[in-house]
Design a protein around this ligand. Structure first.
Ligand code: GDP
Ligand code: ZN
Length: 461
């Protein structure tokens, strides 16, 4: 991978399309400055100092027509995002002007960038590793400040550094083992296996520590899938609205109105929640309703967290019992709603295995007790990430999968030694661990993986 150093010049609109005060068209590559200069008047971009922003006009050299009055940043390699020459043209926004600037650049020697290609170049040019590239995507998608902070940490390379150090340690042991095999007169198998075993245990512990961060890391990154469950009219839509701090679901007095599953993002003390409001799950013959019920069951299944609503102003009904038992194996908070009304629900009727601390009383309408829900969510999911070296946190399924494979390779090392397998076989397992860790950062990642990973990005990043 590292031998690829020459690339053509790519261009794309790097800001979201639509009305905005400014849009940015970005160029990267050996000819970035030259191409931008071809379509610019009033300033000679080839002469300006690096990392400056310059006033000028973009025009079409073919028709001699002015396109837009712009500000152009010129950044010469290697201190740029891609480590190539980068030019960023700040246009006046509006789809027309921005598109015309891009078109003109494309007619004058640039190629339209593929999704994620700028970030891919940063990776291929060795400026960032794969975990950092992933964090670029996470930053773009971050829904809360906590999620953003985590992504920034990863962009900083905290996970990459930790992985890199682990690989270095493994490499040193492998080298030592190699020496021991080559010069058996200096050493015994016993010492070699001891060395391998110790390192396997040590690295395994570190990986276990990292994997412990995965749960919280992924929740911050992707949000906590949360299903709001309850019979019709308990106040699901009302609670969803309160949690999301905005009107979104339709609230009505008619039981069974929320037939569809409605999704909404909420930010609970920095934890992104993907809220799903479900139709009441009762047996039904109505087709539309049936669809809603199936999806509700699906929503329970998929949920990381269930918010199980009961109506405090009414006695517990068979439907409530059914939902309580349907959700009993999920992480759940039992919410007794409508505490502003006279209470009719007998707490003693609730299943005895329910933990009291997971029962809260609220009023969705009066917005009382909502903070208790927020506290419970934090306590259920955020025991506090155990500190790993440099606060490295695992943030996605790809990283988790590879860490588990690396962990398995270490288990193979241990059992190989226990079963007195030949050292060179044990060595293969250790090398395998080293490889899997390398895939996380991209040091030993196959080309297809890299192509696939970057294709998930949006154009212009
Ligand atoms: P859903 O069918 O479970 O989604 O319930 P809704 O959120 O649509 O609420 C049904 C009815 O109960 C509406 O008239 C709400 O205004 C009312 N409601 C919801 N929460 C409360 C509450 O805490 N107190 C009172 N008094 N009424 C509520
Ligand atoms: Zn509803």
């Amino acid at each position: 991978l590292t031998e690829i150093t020459e690339f053509d010049t790519i261009a794309a609109i790097s800001t979201p399309l639509g009305e905005g005060a400014i849009s940015i068209v970005r160029l990267s590559g050996e000819q970035a400055i030259e191409i931008a200069n071809k379509v610019t008047r009033k300033v000679d971009l080839t002469q300006v100092a690096s990392h400056t922003i310059n006033y000028g006009h973009v025009f079409d050299p073919e028709t001699d027509q002015n396109i837009d009055e712009v500000m152009i940043s010129v950044m010469r390699a290697p201190k740029t995002f891609t480590r190539e020459d980068v030019v960023e043209i700040n246009t006046h926004g509006g789809i027309m002007a921005t598109n015309l600037v891009l078109q003109t650049l494309l007619s004058n020697g640039a190629r339209l960038a593929e999704p994620g290609e700028f970030t891919k170049r940063a990776f291929l040019n060795g400026r960032i590793d794969l975990t950092q590239a992933e964090s670029v995507m996470d930053i773009i998608r971050a829904k809360t400040d906590k999620a953003m902070q985590q992504a920034l940490n990863q962009l900083d390379g905290s996970l990459a550094h930790l992985i890199h150090n682990l690989r270095q340690e493994i490499l040193e042991v492998l080298a030592q083992v190699e020496v021991n095999i080559d010069y058996p007169e200096y050493d015994t198998d016993e010492m070699t296996t001891k060395l391998l075993l110790e390192k396997a245990q040590e690295v395994s512990q570190q990986i276990a520590g990292l994997l412990k961060t995965a749960n919280e890391g992924q929740i911050l990154n992707h949000g906590l899938q949360t299903a709001i469950i309850g019979k019709p009219n308990v106040g699901k839509s009302s609670l969803l609205n309160v949690l999301a701090h905005q009107q979104r679901a339709i609230v009505t007095d008619v039981a069974g109105t929320t037939r569809d599953v409605i999704e909404q993002m909420a930010n609970i003390n920095g934890i992104p929640l993907q809220l799903v409001d479900t139709a009441g799950i009762h047996e039904t013959d109505n087709k539309v309703e049936r669809l809603g019920v199936d999806r509700s069951l699906q929503a329970i299944n998929d949920a990381d967290l269930v918010l199980m609503l009961l109506d405090g102003s009414r006695p517990l009904e068979a439907e409530d019992q059914r939902l309580l038992s349907l959700t009993q194996n999920k992480k759940r908070i039992i919410i007794i709603n409508k505490m502003d009304l006279p209470q009719a629900l007998e707490i003693e009727q609730l299943p005895t295995n329910i933990q009291q601390e997971n029962v809260v009383r609220i009023s969705a309408v009066a917005q009382q007790g909502i903070d208790q829900i927020e506290e419970r969510i934090e306590q259920l999911f955020f025991t506090g990430i155990e500190n790993t070296a440099n606060n490295a946190v695992v943030t996605n399924a790809r990283q988790v999968g590879l860490l588990k494979q690396a962990q398995q390779a270490l288990e193979d090392v241990k059992s190989g030694i226990k079963n007195q397998m030949p050292i060179d076989l044990v060595q293969i397992d250790m090398t395998n661990c080293w490889d899997k860790l390398g895939e996380i950062t991209g040091e030993s990642a196959p080309d297809e993986l890299i192509t696939q990973l970057f294709s998930q990005f949006c154009v212009g990043k």
